[in-house]
Design a protein around this ligand. Sequence first.
Ligand SMILES: [Zn+2]
Length: 434
Amino acid sequence: YSPAIEKIVFWLNKAITVAENDKQKDALQKLVKFYQTGDLKDFDTYSIAWVKDIDSRIDVVNGFIEVYGDATGKRGSYESVVSLRDMEATKRIAAIAKEAQWFEDNSPLMPEHKKKTVTGISAKVITAIVEAGDAAPSTPIGINLPNSNWIRQKHGSKSVSLGNIVYSYNVVGAKSPSMKEFAFSQEIIDRAKQYGALAGELHTDMHEVIGHASGKINDGVGTPDLTLKNYANTLEEARADLVALYYIMDPKLVEIGVMPSLEVGKAEYDNYILNGMMLQLNRLDLGDQLEEAHMRNRQINASWAYEKGKKDNVIERVTKDGKTYFKINDYNKLRTIFGELLKEIQRIKSEGDYKAATALVEGYGVKVDQALHKEVKERFSKLNIAPYKGFVQPKLVAVMDGDKIKDVKVEYPTSYESQMLGFGKEYSFLPNKN
Ligand SMILES: [Zn+2]
């Protein structure tokens, strides 16, 4: 991988010369050192420096970061995200981060699994400028790094919501015919139109800021990649989602001014149950099982809640004109059920209970209801919507004044194929078979 990594180092060295401040410069230098030595200790040193750089307007995620693509949860995929802080939207996420201790204290976790003091959560909304590697063309909507538990506990973490990406999804989503096809009533469709976008933004904010950051592991218990192994990622995503789901129906959010009413929470519940029980199945081929961590987590949360609430008819499975619908009858009870599952998943993480982790993931998050899957695919096929969305990267062109850059022009290529072929031609530093 040297020929490609040498190019990364080349450009990082250029970035060091125009760093905004000393902290950013220090972090970039440490990242270069990691790429040169390949030593994981150097990556930890870099990650600590990166977490401390909270004032820079421009930021970058760069490295072998996420392990979602590796079944053993060990090997990180290369990604890079260059971003610009959105000052206005950051006020919303900051209002949540400011109350992080309140959210921890009032969560349904067992007292011994709560953090006594929530430290160093730095939260911001960013505009993604360019994404590469694992982060493109299919992009994350939120980022919470570093992944090392011990660095997070000792030095804190950065929580980021990708504002322009979330916005684009919401604009496209508002026009999507899928809600009309799959939602049980006009009331749900109207609520989604009015509050769906804000609900999505708040869910992402809370998932990253108070979700991943919450809870603690018992003394003497190893980190989840050691204790929960192949189930660690799925359960970590489930846990963060459940924190967001639990609090999006809390009047506290109205009180701190980030949402107008609990209708926003209801819109999120409608959407989450619909997606977890049905919509996301459209991404799978018939006969396949769920493999990806986020997809598994959504089905676990939705189907566990459906089952636990069955005796009280909290979520109702309805068939109308031969079509299946999931309809929420009691939003407050559903909130309580989400809280119970959150408590249990935190217990599994805190105690490193591999047996319970296996039962939960294999029991709720892997197998697909074949008949329902077939129905979802058939209903979607008539709507002509792609199951995944991807982004074309803007092209940044330097405007020169002699040998100085005086401005940067942003150009938007219109074709994904031609962009990919262009990337292949200009940036293919490794052999096709490596
Ligand atoms: Zn997450």
